[in-house]
Design a protein around this ligand. Sequence first.
Ligand SMILES: NC(=O)c1ccc[n+]([C@@H]2O[C@H](COP(=O)([O-])OP(=O)(O)OC[C@H]3O[C@@H](n4cnc5c(N)ncnc54)[C@H](O)[C@@H]3O)[C@@H](O)[C@H]2O)c1
Length: 394
Amino acid sequence: MDHPPTFIDVKPLRRFGLDKKTVPLIQHIQYFPNPHRVFTELDYFFRQTELMLKQTGTRALAMLRFANIAAREQAQGPGGFVVNKVTVVGSGFVGATVAQYVADKDLADVVVVDILEGIPQGKTLDMMQAAPINGHDCNLIGTNDYADTKNSDIVVITAGIARKPGMSRDDLLKINANIVKEVAEKTVKLSPDAIFICVTNPLDVMTYLTWKTTKLPTSRVIGMAGVLDSARFQAFIGMELGYSVEDIKAMVLGGHGDLMVPFPRFSSVNGVPITELMTPERIQALVARTRDGGAEIVSLLKSGSAYYAPGASVAHMVEAILKDKNRLLPCAVYADGEYGLKDVYVGLPAVLGREGMKKIVELKLTAEELAALKKSADSIKENVDQMNKLLVAV
Ligand SMILES: NC(=O)c1ccc[n+]([C@@H]2O[C@H](COP(=O)([O-])OP(=O)(O)OC[C@H]3O[C@@H](n4cnc5c(N)ncnc54)[C@H](O)[C@@H]3O)[C@@H](O)[C@H]2O)c1
């Protein structure tokens, strides 16, 4: 077995009246791909598990897998085995990578929708064929029909176009705004309880538009940028110091663009502030590289932009939400007075859990840091105003 042993919480099993003999048996089953799902989900599965407990060893493992799949297929309605559903709109580089990471982390069934015929279908079929190797039972489908997205728990919007030579920023803004508006309208009708994660650029503006269009509470519309920008900063700190990135934490706030605000004093290696480990000059160099992180990749790729780290960042947020982890992550969230900012989506530290954005955490910032954040928010507001002018009505 090449999977590491997984700790299985036996408390829920005891609740289901399983006796002392059977609990050790289930603890024996160390290699199930997603014990979290099996042992914390609804009671349908436990009925299957009880049957399976009469078996032993590998046979039990096979039955556990079988029961998981069978439960998923049969269960509908109350008491059924609930599998989370994530819709990804856009089957391009970012959308497909989000789908792949969400499935590989065994988080949810995934529906990928695009206007292009065959692309979402082909990519998801390919991913389904990787599932036996990567060890998950998530169902992935590609479609051109929004009906397949019905009742999603999370909707990720990556649909849009990249700026092409000769195209002005306003042209791009207008095209992507029309796409995002249409996508948000179609998806929210079918998944009114979903949490929306916007990825399409210009990110903060498109997230604002998604919120306006869906008319959902601000807690359920979030933009992905800060997780990516922070991950880039973490990666560069790791490369500079030669320490494991597992120990490196970083915080990048503000808008997703030239005016993002990396916070060296909130960035650390296992609790040690990076300001203790690097000269101010080196920190400034890494801050600058983070700010240009997207452009550096674009210039290398020549066409298209980054997608592995953006895809991983979205999957990280999806996991925090579906597992109700209460993670403190920098995300584009709606500021309603926090940090002195109002009526703007901008990157701030926020707690993510099953209800979406649970709260914005207000850190004590210096006057200089606050000014940088305000400058970033003002520039986003200008772009929102510009978008409103370009669109007939938001
Ligand atoms: N927020 C971030 O940090 C971040 C990071 C990377 C990329 N992005 C942005 O994400 C977006 C997607 O990037 P990509 O590299 O995947 O681009 P891409 O061109 O590879 O994919 C975009 C996809 O959207 C689809 N699409 C276009 N109009 C549509 C519509 N009306 N309905 C459904 N699908 C539609 C296209 O057919 C295409 O498959 C871009 O706007 C990019 O700038 C944001």
